[in-house]
Design a protein around this ligand. Sequence first.
Ligand SMILES: [Zn+2]
Length: 702
Amino acid sequence: MNHGSSESKRINRREFMSGVAIGSTLLATASLPCVLYGAEEQATSRPYAALRSLPPGAIQPQGWVRAHLESQAKLTAALPEISYPFNVPYWEGAEDAKSWFQWEQRAYWIDGATRLSLLLDEPAIMTKARAAIDYTLSHPSPSGYLGPQYLEYVGGAAGANRWPNNILFRSFMALADAQPAPNGINSGVIAGALQKHFLNDKAPYSNGGRNITNIEPLLWCYERTGDRKLLALAEKWWTDYIDAATEAEVGAEKQGARRHPYSDMAPSRIFSNTPATAHGVSYAEQTKQPAILYLYTGKQEYLKYAVAAQQRIFNFHMLIDGIPSSSEGLAGTTALDEHETCDISDYTWSWSYLLMATGDGSWGDHIERACFNAHPGSTRDDWKGIQYYSSPNQFIATLNSDHWKPRPGDRRLAYQPTPAQYIGCCGGNKHRCFPNYVLNMWMKSSGNGLAATLYGPSKVSTKVGPQNQDVEIVESTNYPFDEEIQFEIRSSRPAEFPLSLRIPGWCDNPRIRVNGSSAGVSPPRKGFVVLRRTFKSGDVVTLNLPMNVSTSNWPNNGVAIERGPLVYALAIQPTWSSLVEAAYSSAEFPTWEARPTGDWNYGVALDAARAADQVQVKKASVAANLATNSWPWSSSPVSLSVPVRKIVGWELQTNPGNPAQKFTPPLPDPTQYKISDTAERLSLVPYGAAKLRLSIFPKLKS
Ligand SMILES: [Zn+2]
């Protein structure tokens, strides 16, 4: 990567902007190295992508995926009616913000609501989201700046925070890319508005905060306008950002500390393979920018940075549910380490860019793991409350039971429509998570092929093959609650194209049949197998992904159990109680607290090599029909039976000053407790079915 620290090679912002103005006429017509397959694909072609996402409208959710989104839609629609800051017209003229949080969170909601509406055709929700989008687009400042005056750069140190603007611009991108174009939407007009905004903006983009994340909409704008000034601007922002991070890192090392908010983004740190000391959301959002730069430049140095940055997350911070500990900084991996719900939306969003850039299916594995475990594990089954923090073990989730050591007793574990109240976190961001999952279920691959990148019931319509033919594929499955996935191809005439199917890393022996006969395919490459053939309408491809039980070890003598993409947990029976908190919850969407009623003080004696024998897989005799089930985690036809013993005396922790206040305890040292002589078997369910749960078990001697 060009980290060019040589001052002589760098130009200051004024010189750069001056050059931009002079060169604009010539540069505006420069062509891009895109390979375009037609108007539809043009929307998201990203010239160096190994996999290219499809425009909103190409993928339709079906089965449980649709039911799940429809259930979300009730909360998405209600949030602006019931809860601050979503009930204030930020991005619609309001200028009375006390800080930037309100703009950030309402922008998250607008983006999620826009994408959800595009998937479900929900005009009422779209109308609410469009009110903010249309207002902002139609009220630029004289310089072309898009956003509240409050945040516009006016010189000096104040203002100029562009993180909230970036989030809102994602909704512009979704709306402008959608096919067919929504009413009144002209993608060229939106791209032109962003072009003017970025080229005239005087805000600092490389100063270490999240302003750098605007590379994402900037490069989207570059592709649609062909204006190479925007690409040059993106690369300069990143070079300056890395230079600043490196300087900060040198300073931090001198002080013997690495707590600077962005010093951990210095390449020396990114490639160090050591734990990161950074804010979880910021790390996800900032370190993905070079993956996006790669999509538009093909420069390997960018991609290496982005991959190495994520590798640190997997090596040092990943929790069993697929999301790194982030409270709110990246932390450890014990049973009590927590993550923000925002991080589920943000890491999966970032990993979708890594999937596009690398074409490596393992990024799909990561997205599925997070969306099938962490996402439902922090959400009530009826979508009426979400957590701010959640953790692998949580035995109690009330307004004063957060076990996070820096602020014990906080309200972040309770299930609420807006769990962080004043700052709105993670109430808006939650609405982006599953719509983005669906929008990335299918992608275009090389040779004008189609790749099934994330699995679930869906229908995709696009153009494929050398003749750019219309084709529709209906994906029927109860995955991840079943091992079998069927793809039916529909087209008006035979269509020749490569169909890529992701083979998850946990699956050793996938089986593929075409029209009932075993298909001879090469072993997976970069996590995909490719079927190259001429498909006839009505052809059915069946993918079977056998799921095996496996165990993993965790700090403090912990062990976890999973099968395929699902983590399994003991669901502790909760007693729910609710209350209405004015301006934050309502009678229909109240604040929920969960207290345990069942036992949870169990340990397991498992031998990793014999786990498949010791853990019994129980399948319902008649497979549950999950087709219309909005919360299939709680109706899973598969449960696991595990051998356990009670750990006598392992109890909730109590605040000595307030005996009524309880906390989830850490894993016990089994040698300090009496272990019951009675062996029992427990039934474990998918993590997403357990709002109170034990998923990291104390390991007993077998
Ligand atoms: Zn949050």
